[in-house]
Design a protein around this ligand. Sequence first.
Ligand code: ADP
Ligand code: MG
Length: 702
Amino acid sequence: MDDTLTGLLRPKGVAVIGASTTPGKIGHTVVKNLIESGYQGGIYPVNPSADEILGLKVYKSVLDIPERVDAAAITVPAKFVMDITKECGEKGVKGLIVITSGFSEVGKTKLEKELVEVANSYGMRVLGPNVVGTLSNSDDLNASFAPFLPLDGNASLVSQSGALLIAIDAITYTRRIGFDKLVSIGNMSDVNFADMVAWLNEDENTKCISLYIEGLKDGRRFINESAKATKPIVVLKAGVSEHGAAAAASHTGSLAGSQKVYGAAFQQAGAIQATDLSDLFDCTLALSLEPPMKGDNLLVITNGGGVGVLATDSAEKEGLPLKFAPETVQEEMKKHMPSFGSAKNPVDLTGMAGNDWYYDTTKFAFAHDWVDGLVVLYCETAMTNPMEIAKSIYKAIDETGIKDKPVTISFVGGERSDKAMQWLVENGIPAYNAPDLAVRAMGTLREYARLASMKSEPIKEVHNVNREKAREIISKVRADNRTGMTEIESKKVFNAYNLPVVKTEMAETEEQAVSLAEEIGYPVVLKIVSPDILHKSDAGGVKVDIKDEAGVRKAYQEILQNAKNYKSDANIHGIVIQEMAPWATETIIGSVNDPTFGATAMFGLGGIFVEVLKDVTFRVAPISEREASVMLNEIRGAPILEGTRGETPRDKNALAQVLSSYAYMITDLEDEVSESDANPVLVYEEGKGVKIVDARIILKEE
Ligand code: ADP
Ligand code: MG
């Protein structure tokens, strides 16, 4: 555990620099909050022109404080922050909570950078600037200007928005969702989400890590730290802008909106993505109270058909479609429920069900091995008392002694139901006011188990790559003052990474074209090679299925003519002759260099699937072969690879291997390559492999 961060977030003494005697000022509020939260460490207001604030002695400088100071909350104007930082460094402070704004968020990036440099040179970490502060129930610490500590609980939240953090603080009481720590992360000049995930993962009082993210700074590190974490992580990502898409030069570029790449990154990080603020709370509640759901068998118990149907629909949506329990389980179950009910799934206890039936059925079902997760639903009725039902369910669960299986609950009704649910939550069972939310919570617990089993896959090194060769080709293109590489140049780079490109040779004369065609063997394909023509077929620069010498001569001339007509001043390197690959399922593999995550790979089916339906999926590179297989399965058009309409299944193993090698290549060349694609990649039937017939690399601008 990072001790410096511990000093910052769980300090033994706090100085408030810029402490004020004037109520309402932030420098006053922070002192007041520290006192009111019951903080037991030393509280040291610092202000050169005051003697006492709220009964506490005021120091002229942090250097005058005789005791140990771990954290300094800074509220003085931005222009004074630098001097204060140095004094704090001299004092041996561990971390600065820079509440002051007026740094990078208003363009003062340099000042912010200097602040961090100076702080780090003393071994201090910086939270912020532009933060609300940090709160910790286990330390009775409210070192912020948020009015009070949140409802106590197991989750900890890090928020990039200060205003939202204050709002969430208040919501914890109305939603009855408890947090141990709330940390405002502000401009993230130093302490960022990756640091916080790593630290909270070690924090004894945090069971679930909740994050409100607007943008990450070091995407790769975030993925790595999150993948290493052993606690559930749930994120709400704000901002759905598809930045950069318009300027993208390749197909992949135009498809890779930041949101899609973020989505992929969160998946790789093993983090659950909440859909909205309300969902963030719902997921946090489930993840902070319940263990992961380790299998797909979800059982729903209900007293009402309607909520049962809603739960069934939701289960389908969550990827946990309800199955009937085996006959033997149903027979057993019938012994624990009213004879007129249904033991199928949902198990319907009917509106007649009272405390005893709820108790009996819940206890049997929760203890049964077939059940991986249990959702108990209740519709308020005139004849039953919600609180008694809640207590019956709680007792049933508790008596099984089972701790490694999740349960979620939904009561639908009025005030009495709300009270009963609040009681359940206080007793450690997540409860929601709608059946679909209880199922969604279970879906989250299942997703957590799935993600946990996927992450931290060791990435297989692709050996025998000819890195030098690839770099040499790139250097030549650079020497030619270009960023767009031709197909044959790109294919040579692909080749250096063992990617299966079709045999492709360059001809500079018609005669050469003929002899190369003979050498490769008919039928062949001829294509224009020009750095000025990146989309060759648009320019009439591709002729396929050429069967003889006469065809080669004709195609050679036609392509040259077409190219001139298309762009009279195009620089033409020549014409490539290549092996004509037999028809197969067309797919596309591509890459972008994402501003946050770096090299990112894309996969999709070719043709209309990518053009019209944008049916593609992303992963931050590198990716394991297993992860690549998951990508193949997660596009909507996935069944096509299984072989639809009487076709044989496609060679998904080979395709996953190629996708993984490709991701390796783009990671290895991340410093050079801006975008790339292999379009199309032809996929043959099982055992017959894949062939890349077209390749494109666009280098970064220097
Ligand atoms: P571009 O994408 O620049 O227009 P391509 O090289 O992808 O040019 O060629 C266009 C189309 O021609 C491909 O999508 C593919 O259907 C077909 N094609 C290209 N090269 C071959 C080849 N070697 N074997 C079989 N078909 C090919
Ligand atoms: Mg192409």
